[in-house]
Structure formats: structure tokens, C-alpha cells
Design a protein around this ligand. Structure first.
Ligand code: NAD
Ligand code: ZN
Length: 352
């Protein structure tokens, strides 16, 4: 069911190029609100149908998708194209909004794998933050009241992405770092998964190399177009890896805190990598080194108002990630994973 469905275009002026290609069509834009007043994004003002999504306060929720579905249904004419411009959160929201526009809501019922979906409105992405691979992946990760899980379906994949390295230059070191740690985790987990194809493993190793290059140098604090190009390539590779590859234990654990708090995905993934020291012993020190080399403070799980009393809730979320546990341990995963073993990992996170 996985694959690569998106045409990839490189550009030095992505929004202008988008307008050149799609300017005569009915366009509906979903943009990260942080871009609104940045001069390099001034062309966004040309669009009359635009939603400014606040990705700083929350990752996309199923209720956000349902609102967009409602807004689109009230337009006099259905849009031809939905443009998602921003980081993984905003692009995923655009992808989910595009597919839900032609499917009955609520969007929560499609979280998971294997649901029937009609082809949606065509979605185009322009990433402004590199690392998630969301610009090309057939996955839209959403939070709903009791879980965080992607809509995983070929219909979710954008038809086109336009990659412009210059658009990531204004991202803070902190945001770049944690999104790249997510990219590192994607490539690392796909490379060592029990269920990955040779294709996925091979390219994931290349992606890992790029992440290591950037994270171990000063490329985040002193960015150049070359380092932005490397990050864009690592991100694309992470997205390509979804063809035959799947993330594993670290992502399963990261979804617990993400479901119950506003922690950022990359932060939760980094906490999970460290808490899984026993099974990820080969990268434990490496991750610590990246934090200190980039002078980034790793938040504590308590910073997000989570307490040990939340461990049961987080465990219940992680226990639902069968396919991710299977990716890490293979078919025998139930021998290794149970509520007690997961709760132990969260205990470690609290005690770190
Ligand atoms: P994000 O989209 O949540 O954005 C993080 C922060 O960066 C936000 O404050 C945002 O406003 C800011 N930002 C974005 N572009 C900027 C720019 N050019 N200048 C200044 N600030 C900018 O971050 P992300 O890490 O890209 O995405 C995380 C989300 O992606 C999570 O929900 C995660 O689950 C999801 N994800 C999806 C996939 C997929 O395949 N669909 C893969 C991995 C992660
Ligand atoms: Zn991730």
C-alpha cells in the first residue's frame, strides 16, 4: 500500500513557480501563520482563499480537518488545488483537508491503515521546514481526542511538491534541530526495521548520513543554501522511505506524550530515543552529542504538564501502534511489548 506518488520539482522561487503552473485554477491555500509577515512569503497575499494555521501552538487535529472540510463545502465552487505551505504540521493538514473534501467526515474515522477513501482534491506542497518528508508522503498525521495517528493512504499523497531551499532559512535553530532529529529517527528506524524493503533500507542509510553531517556540524546555527539543500534531501529521503519502510519503537513511544500534551513531535521523538537506551544503545551517545553540539536544550516531559499519573494513558496509545512494534521486533513483537514494558520506558522518561 505504500509508494511514492508525488512529482518533485526543485525551484529557486517556489511560490512564483506554483503560480505559473496553477495560477489559472481555483486555489485554496493552507499556510503556516508564521509565514504571514515574512517578506519571502509576500506572494501568499495574492491568494484570496487562505487559511492561516497556527502550527506553533498545535500539531493538526482531526477537528481542524473537519473545519476545513466544512469551509470547502460552503464555497460556491470546489477548489481545483489545495496548496499546503509550511512545516509537516501544515502540509499534513492540507493533505488531510484535500482528501476529506471528497469523503464523508469526521476525519477521525480514517486514522490508521486500509480505509476506503475517494480521491481528494489535488494537493500541492511547498515545505518551509525540512525533515518530516510530509511534502511527499502518503500520510497525514493527526491528533484526535484519544490518539495521534496518520491517515495512511495513497489518496493522501500530494500530486506535486515544490522544493525551494531558501524558504527554510528563517527557521529557528531549535525548530530545525528537532525536525531534523525526527528525520534522523525516521531514517534510522527504517534502516533497522525488520519489515523494510532493501530499497527503503538503502535510501534510509543515505538519509541518515545527511542528517549526521548536519547535526554534527555548525550547519544549523550558520545555515547556507548548501546545508538547506542537504536537509531538504534528507527530508525527501525520509518521505521516499515510506515506500517499503516504516518507523518503529521510537515513534510508537513518542505518540504517547504527543497524544496527551502539546509537546512537539521532534521533541517527543528525541525523548523516546533516549528512553529506549536499551534497544537503541548504538545511538544513545550520538543523540546526546547532537544536543550539546547544537546547544539545544531538550525539554523534560514534565515541562508539558505530564505527570507519572499519565503513564497509563500514554501506554494505551503506544500499545495501539501494532505495525510500528512489528516493524521493530518483527512478527514476534507481542513477546516483547506489553503495557508493563511500555510503562517502564515512560518511567525512564520521567526519571531522566
Ligand atoms: P511544524 O510544522 O509543526 O512546525 C514547527 C514550527 O516551525 C512551528 O512553530 C512553525 O510555525 C515553524 N515554522 C515552519 N516553517 C517556518 C519558517 N520558514 N520560518 C519560521 N518558522 C517556521 O514542524 P515539523 O517538524 O515540520 O512537523 C511536525 C509534524 O509533522 C508533526 O505533526 C508530525 O507528526 C508530522 N510528521 C508527518 C510525517 C508525514 O509523513 N506526514 C512525517 C513526520 C512527521
Ligand atoms: Zn516522525
Amino acid at each position: 500500500m505504500s509508494g511514492v506518488y508525488t512529482n518533485i520539482k526543485f525551484s529557486q522561487n517556489a511560490i512564483a513557480e506554483f503560480l505559473d503552473i496553477y495560477g489559472n485554477e481555483r486555489i485554496f491555500v493552507i499556510s503556516d501563520s508564521v509565514l504571514k509577515d515574512k517578506p519571502e512569503f509576500s506572494l501568499l497575499k495574492k491568494f484570496s482563499e487562505i487559511i492561516w494555521f497556527d502550527a506553533t501552538n498545535s500539531e493538526p487535529r482531526t477537528t481542524d480537518v473537519d473545519t476545513i472540510r466544512q469551509q470547502i463545502s460552503q464555497l460556491p465552487l470546489v477548489p481545483d488545488i489545495i496548496l499546503g505551505i509550511g512545516g509537516g504540521s501544515t502540509m499534513d493538514l492540507a493533505k488531510a483537508g484535500a482528501v476529506l473534501a471528497t469523503n464523508a467526515g469526521p476525519s477521525e474515522k480514517y486514522q490508521g491503515w486500509g480505509y476506503n477513501l475517494n480521491i481528494g482534491i489535488k494537493c500541492v506542497t511547498i515545505p518551509t521546514l525540512a525533515g518530516t518528508g510530509a511534502e511527499i508522503s502518503p500520510i497525514a498525521v493527526l491528533k484526535s481526542p484519544h490518539k495521534k495517528l496518520g491517515i495512511n493512504h495513497p489518496c493522501v499523497a500530494p500530486i506535486q511538491t515544490i522544493i525551494d531551499f531558501s524558504l527554510t532559512q528563517s527557521v529557528s535553530v531549535n525548530n530545525k534541530f528537532f525536525t531534523l532529529m525526527d528525520c534522523f529517527a525516521h531514517n534510522y528506524e527504517i534502516a533497522r526495521s525488520q519489515t523494510s524493503s532493501i530499497f527503503a533500507v538503502t535510501i534510509a542509510k543515505a538519509g541518515l548520513g545527511l542528517c549526521r553531517d548536519i547535526l554534527s556540524s555548525n550547519e544549523l546555527s550558520e545555515p547556507t543554501l548548501l546545508s538547506a539543500e542537504k536537509a531538504a534531501a534528507a527530508s525527501l529521503i525520509g518521505g521516499l522511505g515510506t515506500a517499503g519502510g516504516r518507523v518503529g519503537a521510537c515513534h510508537a513511544i513518542s505518540y504517547g506524550p504527543s497524544s496527551l500534551s502539546p509537546i512537539k513531535h521532534g521533541e517527543s521523538v528525541t525523548l523516546a530515543m533516549l528512553a529506549l537506551k536499551e534497544i537503541y544503545s548504538d545511538i544513545y551517545q550520538e543523540v546526546g552529542h547532537y544536543l550539546s553540539a547544537n546547544k539545544v536544550r531538550l525539554p523534560r516531559i514534565q515541562d508539558f504538564d505530564l505527570r507519572k499519573g499519565d503513564i497509563d494513558g500514554m501506554t494505551a496509545v503506544a500499545m495501539k501502534m501494532d505495525l510500528l512494534w512489528q516493524s521493530h521486533y518483527g512478527e514476534q513483537w507481542p513477546q516483547f511489548v506489553n503495557p508493563k514494558s511500555i510503562a517502564k520506558v515512560y518511567e525512564k522518561m520521567f526519571d531522566a
